[in-house]
Design a protein around this ligand. Structure first.
Ligand SMILES: Nc1ncnc2c1ncn2[C@@H]1O[C@H](COP(=O)(O)OP(=O)(O)O)[C@@H](O)[C@H]1O
Ligand SMILES: [Mg+2]
Length: 294
């Protein structure tokens, strides 16, 4: 049997800008796999069926094309082994999963989901430290803003805009300790690899800025026991048998300094492979193990 063939799934933007991509390709080749990048929305050289495994990584342009992307994931999963699995990708593509996880006892940022047709009042958009309004399908803080106390009418207008576009709006209290840094814990096949800390994004209240740097000031971070516990609880509550091949668990501290889940990223997270010298190898070994499973 020759080397297992792995597609690292990206996008036009990812091919240019994904700093994890060259590191992962090199580590996969060092681990004895045949690896090549392939944009999800183009037919790769071998066709998806020509790969033993396809690992979704920097498919960053899917947010505005979610139906097309999920259909691609289903189709690819019929002809190759897709990681993470297509049903998990679908579940994770809508931040409504936060409510599922909260229902399973995971500490998450308190989240109210408003779907088109729901009724709401201005008070739903007030909180001690203000609120954050965001679409349920998003990435890179797109169409996301924070509103200070007393600005509930502005926050409500934001939600109404999203609902008017047929989107679901999420309303959360603004957690000010995000200003001490959001944490991102990276796991491969259920095993913790490394973590980073990054600066807060919503520094300007009332502003929607779709060109923000996604991970300002990202630096290696040593997670606390409490952070690891919350991250593991989130992973344990994922509605799938077995462990995701890769996961990034984003946490912030709440008012009692307890880490709570902001986001569980199972589709296309930046894994900050350049910040931990062993990171690329750990992911490559997890991919190699997945490739060996019949
Ligand atoms: N409830 C919140 N409290 C404080 N900051 C928030 C809150 N929600 C979002 N943010 C800020 O906005 C950023 C983007 O929000 P997030 O929920 O991670 O969505 P995405 O990364 O998918 O756009 C976060 O990294 C954080 O800096
Ligand atoms: Mg995020």
């Amino acid at each position: 049997m020759g080397a297992a063939r792995v597609a690292v799934v990206t996008s036009a933007t990812g091919l240019d800008e994904d700093t994890d991509l060259p590191l992962l390709l090199e580590a996969l080749r060092s681990a004895g796999l045949s690896a090549e990048p392939a944009a999800w929305d183009t037919d790769p050289r071998r066709g998806w069926a020509g790969y033993d495994l396809a690992v979704i990584r920097s498919t960053w342009d899917y947010v505005g094309r979610i139906d097309e992307f999920l259909a691609w994931a289903d189709a690819a999963a019929r002809v190759t082994r897709l990681w993470n699995p297509a049903p998990l990708v679908r579940w994770n593509s809508d931040k409504g999963y936060l409510l599922d996880l909260a229902g399973r006892g995971v500490p998450v940022v308190p989240t109210r989901c408003i779907v088109p047709g729901d009724t709401y009042v201005e008070e739903d958009f007030e909180g001690t430290h203000g609120v954050v309004v965001k679409p349920s399908v998003s990435a890179g803080a797109r169409d996301t803003a924070r509103y200070e106390p007393g600005r509930g009418a502005d926050a409500e207008r934001h939600a109404r805009m999203l609902l008017g576009q047929g989107r679901t709006a999420l309303v959360q209290p603004y957690l000010p300790l995000v200003e001490e840094g959001e944490r991102a814990l990276v796991f491969f096949a259920g095993t913790f690899s490394h973590a980073i800390r990054k600066q807060a994004l919503l520094t300007e209240p009332g502003e929607m800025d779709n060109d923000r740097a996604a991970h300002p000031g990202a630096a290696l971070h040593m997670p606390t026991e409490a952070e690891l516990r919350t991250a593991r609880a989130a992973l344990a509550a994922v509605p799938a048998p077995g462990e995701p091949l890769f996961a990034r668990v984003d946490l912030v501290l709440d008012g009692s300094r307890e880490p709570v889940l902001m986001e569980l990223e199972l589709i296309e997270p930046n894994l900050f492979l350049g910040l931990d010298p062993r990171g690329p190898e750990r992911l490559a070994l997890a991919v190699a193990a997945a490739a060996r499973e019949a």
